[in-house]
Design a binder for this molecule. Sequence first.
Ligand SMILES: NC(=O)c1ccc[n+]([C@@H]2O[C@H](COP(=O)([O-])OP(=O)(O)OC[C@H]3O[C@@H](n4cnc5c(N)ncnc54)[C@H](O)[C@@H]3O)[C@@H](O)[C@H]2O)c1
Length: 432
Amino acid sequence: MYVSAITGDHADVAELVAWCDTNPGRMGVYDAEAGDALGLGGPAGLPQYGPDDLERMIAEQRVDAVVITTPDYTHAGFVTRAQAAGVDVVVEKPLATTAGQCRDIIDSVAATGRDLTMTFNYRYAPRNSTLREVIASGAIGTPTSVHFEWVLDTVHGADYFRRWHRQRENSGSLLIHKAAHHFDLVNWWLDDVPARVFASAGLQFYGAANAAARGLGERPERGTGAGRDPWALDLTRDPRLKALYLDAEHHDGYLRDRDVFGPGIDIYDNMSLVVDYRSGARMSYSLNAHSPWEGYTVAVNGTEGRAELTVVERGAVLIGEDGEVVLDASANPDGPGVTTSRPEGERLVVQRHWGAAEGIPVPAGIGGHGGGDAILLMDVFRRDLRLSDDPLGRAAGYLDGVRAVAVGIAANESLASGRAVTMEELGLAPAV
Ligand SMILES: NC(=O)c1ccc[n+]([C@@H]2O[C@H](COP(=O)([O-])OP(=O)(O)OC[C@H]3O[C@@H](n4cnc5c(N)ncnc54)[C@H](O)[C@@H]3O)[C@@H](O)[C@H]2O)c1
């Protein structure tokens, strides 16, 4: 997303100057893509550095800003090192995976005064922005509670169980990796700060033990070459995945296509939380990673009414006649996946006390993540073009990043201890 933005829509205000990654194969693929996008007739030929040489790269290439898109557990280290080397950072969610890493970032921002942009693209999806507008308008009064359910389907949800995300030490579990988006949305919708979290979670579907208990039998170690199996990802079927991962394996041994029913998974696939906010509002939250459809439902209760947002991102995941997963059910309009019972789309309804339910129109968005990505990139690369402050306050800073992951970090603590965990205990106050 950032490479195509810098070499495309935002090429007049941004320039790629170097790569920093553990894998030369992947740097080569992006270098070729960048050269292509810039019309160079070959690779861009930008210098490549390993992570130990971040500071050398910043000095030698006279870097202004670093965009951090590495695995989650590495974000904080790169943020603090880049800031100490004198540059601003743009960092993907989640900001960090532990309370200690959050404290390091808070200290680093205070010590260096460098900028940190968190790219919370979900905020920019028009449906999520519209819900923020509804709540901020006072239409439902003061928020008192939120009920938030997110379901990931057997394509998107399953994918986390194939990759580095499958281990808590890398991703902090989906409670941090994925739910950081969701917790940020709630913090922003309510304009509130989380205070206490109780969590219950388990690995109940994916993983070797669950597969054995369900009698799944012998499983392939990886999806590539596994044949017809809807749970398998065959990297040779997608030229980009093949180039980025299969062809780059010999550099670091990283497998992108491990079996979702294999050993070594320690993240959860069913998660439930109760979260209290500083204002006194509370949330019940649920995340499932093996749903037959994908999307979310959020309901916000207030002193004057209730707002409900329902989003169906993918209505069904079907298996075609060739045994392969069909992602776009509408490709076969006569097929069983095209049903009026779960149409893809979104519905925002506000109902005030003593009044009828009212549908609120959501403006159309263009591009990834419900139309959020394109607007987010404008904020990352051209925030100075804003005519005035964004009334929705969508651009996120490091404190927003801390407050979003703090819920997941507290949830992990709660799972370990079996009790509710406060933000003070995590040592994140006064930030959270
Ligand atoms: N905002 C969103 O919607 C969104 C979507 C996808 C990914 N992300 C975030 O982007 C990040 C990357 O995710 P991805 O799916 O692209 O993962 P990926 O595995 O495809 O890419 C990670 C890259 O980091 C490199 N890397 C691994 N360890 C490293 C290290 N120690 N130092 C330097 N480089 C290292 C890998 O070689 C790889 O090129 C994650 O933090 C993820 O949360 C955000």
